[in-house]
Design a protein around this ligand. Structure first.
Ligand code: 2BA
Length: 109
């Protein structure tokens, strides 16, 4: 079993959630914040069987797209001063940042 963590833009979140439900794939949505832009995004936690991972990755790929964003970061998060940029910057965000983790144990009580 795997846990897929997908960080997606808020604009893509409803479409991805809908597509997951359509295909009967269970997921949990977490409100998250990007460390660089300090903008809200959505992290999906998707527990899935190994053989379904490719299907889920494809679904994420087709549900999310890249966008350019111009942002003036306000202040560094924590003490990571090296990533602080004090003037407007254009960055390409997304489609999705995805991590696939092995699950040691899965239980529902
Ligand atoms: P943010 O950290 O707010 O990053 C937004 C976008 O800013 C990134 O898009 C990237 O294009 C740019 N960016 C991030 N850090 C940068 C830096 N030090 N210098 C220059 N540009 C930088 P994405 O790569 O598509 O990432 C979108 C969001 O996915 C991120 O939002 C973060 O919430 C998450 N993410 C990306 N990589 C991650 C990682 N390795 N671990 C955990 N979360 C990650």
């Amino acid at each position: 079993m795997k846990l897929i963590l997908a960080v997606v833009q808020d604009k893509d979140s409803p479409r991805l959630a809908q597509n997951l439900v359509k295909q009967g794939i269970r997921a949990t949505k977490l409100a998250s914040t990007g460390g660089f832009l300090h903008a809200g995004n959505t992290t999906f936690m998707i527990g899935t069987q190994d053989e379904q991972v490719e299907q889920v990755l494809e679904l994420i790929k087709t549900s999310c797209r890249a966008r350019d964003q111009v942002v003036t970061p306000m202040s560094p998060m924590g003490s990571q001063l090296e990533s602080y940029v004090p003037y407007p910057v254009t960055v390409q965000v997304g489609g999705a940042t995805v991590f696939v983790l092995d699950i040691a144990q899965f239980a529902q009580f």
